[in-house]
Design a protein around this ligand. Sequence first.
Ligand SMILES: Nc1nc2c(c(=O)[nH]1)N[C@H]1C(S)=C(S)[C@@H](COP(=O)(O)O)O[C@H]1N2
Ligand SMILES: [Mo]
Length: 548
Amino acid sequence: MNLTRLRFINIFNKTADIAFQTETDSSAPHKQSDQAPRWTAPVAGLISSFFAVCVATFIAVLLDVVTPLNAVGSEFIDHTPKWLKNFSIQTFGTSDKAALKIGMVLTISCLALLNGLIARRKLLVGTSTIISFGILGGVVSSARPLQSALALVPCLLGATAGCWLLTRLIKIITQHDLPIASPSESRAPLGWDRRRFLSATGKTALISALLGAVANRLENKKISEIRQAAPESLPKINTGNDLVATKIPSAAQIFTETPFITPNEDFYRIDTALSLPRIDIKTWTLQIGGMVKTPLKLSYDDLLARPMVERTITICCVSNEVGGPYIGNAIWQGVLLADLLNEAGVDPRAEQIFGTSADGWTCGFPVGAAFDGRDALIAIGMNGTPLPLEHGYPARVIIPGLYGYVSATKWLTNLDLTTWSQEQGYWVPLGWSRDAPIKTQSRIDVPRRGENVTAGRIAIAGVAWAQQLGIEKVEVRIDSGDWQNATLALDFSDDTWRQWKYEFDAKPGDYKIQVRATDKTGETQTQEVSRPDPNGATGYHTRTIKVL
Ligand SMILES: Nc1nc2c(c(=O)[nH]1)N[C@H]1C(S)=C(S)[C@@H](COP(=O)(O)O)O[C@H]1N2
Ligand SMILES: [Mo]
């Protein structure tokens, strides 16, 4: 009788027993209680993968290359079609990145548990799986914008560490599952070494957690160094400053629920970056090139030395639902884009101004937007401070009247004059419109959602915007009554939102409140309800309130 074959059958029966918990075969060499319990293999799989990821992350941070989870997550974001982007913004809001990270960890954990089960039967399959994921992660990482083959290293080393651990743990688990070498050999049923397994998994879990924590600390340290390298303050500007200082507190502001100027800490943040870009302000430059006579290359100091303006502009995100929070109004300090472009000399055949960020994100808007008299800016300051890192430090584009995804490149490094056929901005191939002017909209901010109001004179208030056109009128409707004019705050500029307020005497009951805005051309925002994709949500913001 072929001994190897016997052995194979034996192993197969046993692993089948373990994996599916079938009745123990009485011909098995020793009792089931001597074998490692079923849960040990998936745990071994999980711990090995956890170890692999932590080792890889730690090495990535040391080498200052993209971490594997960030690389894979970014790759995923980069292929997000519009329905999925809508879904995740609707479901998770600005926590969509946290949701993605949790999703990735859960997916990896499930695969790792399964891989442990497989490895107990066939160790080679388990280790090969880890190596394959390591190679895949490495290839994805090294192909990310601004990464090199160096980004392969953490993934490969992480995978090697994972394989080593998996092999070790599976050996501990299966040691007593080994079939007896010959029928005559006798072996005492020692049982599997539970203590050894627990100590090995415990130790490596601890080491993994430590590596992860250190990597996190180092990452945070790097980010805070980038923040500290920013200047404390920006060069003062004499025009515009007084305007902002005097006008806003008095007349532009009629209620404080939504302040006219959004503080930097409260300003919405939307971008595809899973980690903040590594900006080295000493080497950072803004290059203006493509279809221009003389390409420009400006350092941060060059930008600071140029004539600057200060403009209050409301920007918003195309993903904002009707009534949503992804809009903010800030005082932007910067260089007029037209000045820079005139210096570079734009080829009249250029159609598109195409921005690229330090992390490889892109977007494009018509050349006309820089020259039609609007305040198109390369902004370096926000509400009196250098741009916060989250909002595009050292420099970003701000174009009044265009949604952020076609214009507002943060962490700007390049502006290229090009044609529409030559380049497509990041979101365009994913189903969002090439041209995306901001749509006229209005929002009810008070009473807040779900807030109970006491009967008597109550105030309804909010903001309305129609960048470039300006807000002429805001109307409020209660239930199916007539549209009533709301009181408007001072008309600061056509590019800023305008606060509105409407008061009425309310008896107890439920009310449906609606708002609509009319721009200065006399056009009232459309009632037609449409989703954010492909170029901005429409419809009237409606809120039901309960008056007690
Ligand atoms: N580099 C980079 N710039 C970007 C984005 C991005 O993903 N990456 N998102 C854009 C989008 S969709 C919007 S709405 C605005 C948001 O700017 P904020 O985060 O400062 O509010 O930034 C724009 N600039
Ligand atoms: Mo956006």
